[in-house]
Design a protein around this ligand. Structure first.
Ligand code: URA
Length: 216
């Protein structure tokens, strides 16, 4: 359970740590009951971020998928498996990173019994931004990785052409934090099978840049 890790990470500074953890829990609770947009009412549960507080590196996706919605954890479905492969190849332990999404509930359309991913509307993502910004403040990452267009747009406050901007680091005007933009793992899963390994290697190279920026 992630909260154990969070508690451990706060042990060195019990006062500040306990306060940070309490604020994080309060934000997760607010997000769980959020009905400021319609997505939450249809989802199984909130999928808030997970990882240590603080964390030097934060990875932000779009929104939870079907598996994440059922398990209540980010990146546990097919896209998450690809991300976990990348983290293993990079030598980045999952538990050292803070993983989250721009939108905290699963938006879907029913096709028969299947729940098909639906891209969140801008208004919905904007409403959810309060939770993402709260996470950023509490996690205090040195570098944030935007996985895909939705994350990049929400983190930077403007549309970012991901294919042209991938591997580049941008600075957020609001807090000066570095945001490295790259593809969402789902984009790699949808890619041409023959080119998949090359696309994966290019993606790893993007992610490695974020790691290098942290170590500086
Ligand atoms: N895609 C995302 O953007 N986030 C998840 O947690 C899972 C899939």
């Amino acid at each position: 359970m992630r909260l154990a890790a969070l508690t451990l990470m706060t042990a060195s500074d019990p006062q500040a740590g306990a306060g940070t953890l309490a604020r994080w829990r309060a934000q997760r609770e607010r997000a769980a009951h959020c009905r400021q947009c319609p997505i939450g009412a249809h989802a199984t549960q909130v999928v808030f971020g997970e990882g240590p507080l603080p964390a030097r590196l934060m990875l932000v996706g779009e929104q939870p998928g079907d598996r994440e919605d059922l398990q209540g954890r980010p990146f546990v479905g097919p896209a998450g498996r690809l991300l976990m492969r990348a983290l293993a190849d990079l030598g980045w332990p999952r538990e050292a990173l803070y993983l989250t999404n721009a939108v905290k509930h699963f938006k879907y359309a029913l096709r028969g019994k299947r729940r098909m991913h639906k891209t969140p509307a801008q208004r919905e993502a904007d409403i959810c931004l309060q939770y993402l910004e709260a996470e950023i403040e509490l996690v205090a990452p040195e570098v944030i990785v935007a996985l895909g267009a939705t994350a990049a747009r929400q983190l930077l406050g403007r549309t970012v052409p991901v294919l042209r901007s991938r591997g580049r680091t941008f600075v957020r005007e609001s807090d000066g934090r570095a945001v490295l933009v790259t593809l969402h793992p789902s984009a790699l899963l949808r890619g041409e099978p023959a080119l998949r390994e090359a696309a994966y290697d290019a993606w790893l190279a993007d992610l490695r840049r974020a790691g290098a920026a942290v170590r500086r």
